[in-house]
Design a binder for this molecule. Structure first.
Ligand code: NAP
Length: 282
């Protein structure tokens, strides 16, 4: 598997398996199927409520820990954030039945993210987390966090798909040593992504599906990505993206699909800040 090198030297597989919206009772099978298909990187979150099932599948696989790359995410915490962050981290680690995490992300840019980040820096320094990062941070919040802390996030996991491409933001993050990671690479099928004529035409030229074209496009841009599928056939197909190259013309045709706007919600919108920021998971 192709990797990206994070700002602390850690190698991270460029393509992983995401388990958002896989019900807890179906997650152990999905992760077991994904391991059998060849995935070694897994992306979950305390908010997905399926960490225990991910942990059972990983433990049951017999695959050595060092061959796996596991990410989970810290949900918004009450104050004092440092104390709550440590507790939430320990709960996630215990649910995953692991003794360290490869990557731990602040899931949302809300609450006392500086307190959360200080606790994560400590956990990282203790060797309990290999790399720490953030998710859903817009540029202002990301740069402020970098400028006022010792450790810069290794990763920012943000919405990136053919209709919301964020090339300028990727450039800025790259200048600051932050790896861009896409969530929702298929925009969950919004905007008729899977039947989009441009993506379909490019797929036909390579004998590939739209999903494979999208994953290839992200990988060629150097964007890490987590694909989710509950279907073993689609899981396996989503890994078959390292045996073809998109041409410059095809990359340009996909670039032209950018609308520059989220297909979901804007994390700077006051209603979103209140809606997500006041939810509590653990
Ligand atoms: P997505 O990857 O854009 O879309 C997932 C959908 O695509 C599923 O319904 C899946 O259906 C379908 N699909 C997958 N492969 C396909 C294929 N080859 N052909 C046709 N359909 C296919 O959306 P997502 O699950 O929301 O995002 C992916 C991962 O990103 C998540 O699992 C999670 O790890 C992460 N994420 C993070 C955040 C965050 O705030 N940090 C937010 C959202 C997601 P089937 O399952 O039926 O195949």
């Amino acid at each position: 598997m192709q990797t990206v090198t994070l700002n602390n030297g850690l190698e991270m597989p460029i393509l992983g398996f995401g388990v958002f919206q896989i019900p807890p009772e179906e997650t152990e099978k999905a992760v077991t199927d994904a391991l059998a298909a060849g995935y070694r990187k897994f992306d979950t979150a305390s908010a997905y409520q399926n960490e225990e099932a991910v942990g059972r599948a990983l433990a049951g696989s017999g695959i050595p820990r060092q061959d796996l790359f596991v990410t989970t995410k810290l949900w918004v915490q009450d104050n004092p954030a440092e104390e709550h962050t440590r507790r939430a981290f320990e709960a996630s680690l215990s649910r995953l039945a692991l003794d360290y995490l490869d990557l731990y992300l602040i899931h949302q840019p809300f609450g006392d993210v500086y307190g959360q980040w200080r606790a994560m820096q400590d956990l990282h320094a203790q060797g309990l987390i290999k790399a720490i990062g953030v998710s859903n941070f817009y540029p202002d919040r990301l740069i402020d966090l970098i400028d006022h802390n010792e450790t810069a996030p290794a990763v920012n996991q943000v919405e990136v798909n053919p209709f919301f491409q964020r090339a300028d933001y990727q450039r800025l993050m790259s200048e600051r040593g932050v790896q861009t990671e896409s969530w929702g690479p298929f925009a969950a099928g919004k905007n008729n992504l899977f039947t989009d004529p441009v993506l379909t035409g490019i797929g036909q030229a390579h004998g590939k599906s739209v999903a494979q074209v999208v994953l290839r496009w992200l990988i060629q841009r150097g964007v890490a990505v987590n694909a989710k599928s509950a279907d073993p056939g689609r899981m396996a197909a989503n890994l078959e993206v390292f045996d073809f190259d998109l041409t410059g013309e095809q990359m340009a045709a996909i670039a032209a699909l950018d609308t520059g706007a989220s297909l979901y919600f804007d994390h700077r919108d006051p209603e979103t800040v209140t809606w997500l920021g006041n939810r509590r998971i653990d």
